[in-house]
Design a protein around this ligand. Structure first.
Ligand code: MSP
Length: 472
């Protein structure tokens, strides 16, 4: 068995915010769980940065920097934040890597050779922030609904990727049969109803006047801009060199995590490129909702983003990971405010987990008992929820079944009193508490790796630091 998981690659127009951290932490949680389950040599977790296109070219110009200098700096920021958030990826792909570009050119040449890409003209409304042509009917008063920006009308020579006919029919079949699974179910329905209601338009994959991109090998006047270049990261990130007959063993991806804003392109252009190339499709696209702030998608463009630094400073690394993963149903939008996060931190971490650990460690001072292993296997206990990507359930049920209940068990049994009047009963109560705390530390490995280690260490040394200081 192997497990290959990817995140989208992030645009390097600004440093990451908690929306980006959300996807990346989720992927890290899954990768960590599977490393425990099937061994770390069988797991591959890929993330990276998407560095080409008009938007980034413009942003670099605004900052009075060469595009390469600009993307080097911001890509490094992403790496720094992922390190701060304890994210352990197996590779970080950058679309400006020479090897990536060479592989993209090879793949595009193959598509051109097969007639899947042809020269034509494209006319449409372009949203620079999306780096996408938009359908007229998706616009709101001439503006992009996601970015609130005015779209540009562009008419120019372009290379196009064939999207309709057999390839569209086959795609619909594969989605229906879950060969190319789109989850949660509502997103699958959304994609199918879109695909079944119209013939797909061929999509533009090149621009003539965007220098910051990968040059088309068959027409050096054109560069391919973000999407065609970006999708292939999922293969080049494994070391793929652009040859459809030589695929890395990790392919196909087991799970590709994406935000709902990029579902349509991932469910159309990406699989269709692969089908033209004769490469198997990823097994699953898992779509999550957005982190909202004041009711709208948190984004740099809208200026409503909560910074990762602010969260790290207040809640620490594991506190931040906890708050993001437990915030709401994975798959649905989640509205986050600082006030609510502080409240949840105090309730679940300072009072909940932190308090449980410090009480158990204090009560076990001087106690000499043999610890019995819990009857639950930590991998089995949450396995189904990881497989189904119910990450919020997987984490919340640790709190429900073991943290909340054990805090209550302590209050009901008052071990500090038992210690004075009934030693056997005291030991029995402590046995359960300690073995449950070991189990909790195992269950926390994917979500809060550092806390998990600290709990184990506290149990061994019978000494605990304050894990989550209360915020006032
Ligand atoms: N570069 C493209 C993706 C190419 S993948 C081949 C892109 N980049 S992005 O930086 O704009 O967004 C990438 C992903 O970041 C989104 O799909 C989503 O997964 C995540 N998020 C960005 N803002 C987000 C929120 N406010 N909330 C949750 N996730 C968000 O699109």
């Amino acid at each position: 068995m192997k497990y290959y998981i990817t995140t989208p690659i992030y645009y390097v127009n600004a440093k990451p915010h908690i929306g980006h951290a959300y996807t990346t932490i989720a992927a890290d949680v899954l990768a960590r769980f599977y490393r425990e389950k099937i061994g770390k040599e069988n797991v591959f977790f890929l993330t990276g940065t998407d560095e080409h296109g008009l938007n980034i070219q413009k942003k670099a110009g605004d900052a009075k920097k060469f595009p390469q200098t600009f993307v080097d700096e911001i890509s490094q920021e992403f790496k720094n934040y992922w390190e701060k958030l304890d994210i352990k990826y197996d590779n970080f792909i950058r679309t400006t890597d020479e090897k990536h570009k060479a592989a993209v050119q090879k793949a595009l040449q193959a598509l051109y050779g097969k007639g899947a890409i042809y020269k034509g003209e494209y006319e449409g409304c372009y949203c620079v922030a999306c780096e996408q042509f938009k359908n007229e009917k998706d616009l709101v008063e001439g503006r992009c609904p996601d970015h609130d920006t005015v779209v540009e009308t562009i008419k120019e020579e372009s290379y196009l990727l064939r999207m309709s006919g057999d390839v569209q029919k086959n795609l619909i079949e594969k989605i229906k049969k879950n060969e190319f699974k789109i989850a949660p179910e509502k997103y699958k329905k959304e994609v199918l109803s879109f695909l079944e209601s119209q013939e797909l338009h061929d999509v533009s994959i090149s621009r003539k006047n965007v220098s910051w991109g990968v040059t088309l090998p068959f027409d050096p006047e054109h560069t391919t801009y973000v999407w065609a270049d970006a999708f292939l990261n999922y293969l080049t990130g494994l070391g793929w060199e652009g040859d459809s007959n030589k695929l890395p063993f990790q392919w196909p991806a087991d799970v590709q995590l994406i935000g709902k804003d990029i579902l349509r392109v991932h469910a159309t252009i990406w699989p269709i490129m692969l089908m033209h190339l004769g490469i198997p499709l990823p097994k699953m696209l898992y779509v999550h909702g957005h982190i909202l702030s004041r009711g709208r998608k948190m984004s740099k463009t809208l200026g409503n983003a909560i910074s990762i630094d602010e969260m790290l400073e207040k809640f620490g690394v594991d506190g931040t990971r906890y708050l993001l993963m437990s915030a709401g149903t994975f798959g649905e939008d989640v509205d986050m405010t600082m006030e609510r996060m502080v409240e949840k931190y105090n309730a679940d971490l300072a009072n909940g987990l932190g308090n449980l650990v410090s009480r158990i460690i204090k009560l076990s001072a001087g106690l000499d008992i043999e610890i019995m292993k819990s009857e639950y296997d930590p991998i089995q206990w949450n396995k189904g929820f990881f497989e189904g990507l119910r990450l919020d359930v997987a984490i919340n049920r640790i709190w429900y079944h073991f943290i909340g209940k054990n805090n209550k068990y302590i209050e009901d049994n008052k071990p500090w009193e038992l210690a004075k009047i009934n030693e056997d009963k005291f030991k029995e109560v402590m046995q359960k508490l300690i073995s449950d705390l070991y189990l909790i530390s195992d269950l926390l490995v994917p979500f809060m790796p550092d806390t998990s280690e600290k709990i184990k260490k506290a149990l061994e040394e019978k000494r605990a630091e304050i894990l989550f200081p209360r915020i006032r």
